[in-house]
Write a protein that binds this ligand. Structure first.
Ligand code: GRF
Length: 193
């Protein structure tokens, strides 16, 4: 299976996927990384691995539909089967999501359905949550609402700040994202259309 990763920034989850995909028995190959920000550090990392990269700024397009059409054309140009969102900070429209339905997954830093949206770590701490975590899920038009593929739970520890909690969750993200992509790429999980 040919996989593209969509990023906006650092790309640590992207790196985890790239590393995992190096294993000879891994069922997916990372063939392209697309960013909506030209300055995303993850683009440099991807290029260092010899992976094709592209950057497309939504502001250069008249509307979201046209931006997303060009994203799909770029991905089709790489002959992509599966798209992984990894810190891609744009909400995707229905046309894009429907085009990639069942082949589009995301990592979200909470135990969904808790804490959809942004600032998940601060919100979990403010609620006095004792556990927190991350979820890899199929992407559907509703934000952070698609079926989960894998989740990992981490403890909230006394004295945690949003940053220390985010760091603990990120370790779990890097573990479950490659595992979830393995399940999807090998046909062990699927969604019904
Ligand atoms: C991760 O915490 C991810 O769950 C969230 O955005 C962050 C991206 O980090 N959606 P990175 O770019 O993968 O390092």
């Amino acid at each position: 299976r040919r996989v593209a990763i969509l990023i906006s920034g650092r790309g640590s989850n992207m790196s985890a996927l790239i590393e995992a995909a190096k294993a000879p028995d891994y069922p997916a190959e990372i063939v392209g990384v697309l960013s909506n920000r030209a300055a995303a550090p993850g683009l440099v990392t991807a290029a260092e691995h010899g992976i094709a990269t592209a950057s497309l700024a939504q502001s250069k397009f008249p509307n979201r539909e046209m931006f997303e059409d060009v994203m799909t054309q770029t991905l089709e140009g790489w002959h992509v089967d599966i798209v992984c969102l990894a810190g891609f900070m744009r909400i995707l429209g229905e046309d894009f999501v429907n085009h990639w339905a069942g082949r589009l997954i995301n990592i979200h830093p909470s135990l969904l359905p808790h804490y959809k949206g942004l600032d998940t770590h601060a919100r979990a701490l403010a609620d006095g949550a004792t556990t927190h975590g991350c979820t890899v899920h199929f992407v559907t038009p509703g934000l952070d609402e698609g079926a989960p593929i894998l989740q990992a739970e981490v403890p909230v520890l006394p004295g945690d700040t949003p940053d220390t909690l985010a760091e603990r969750v990120l370790v779990a993200e890097h573990r479950i994202y490659p595992e979830a992509l393995r399940l999807l790429a090998s046909g062990q999980v699927a969604v019904r259309a």
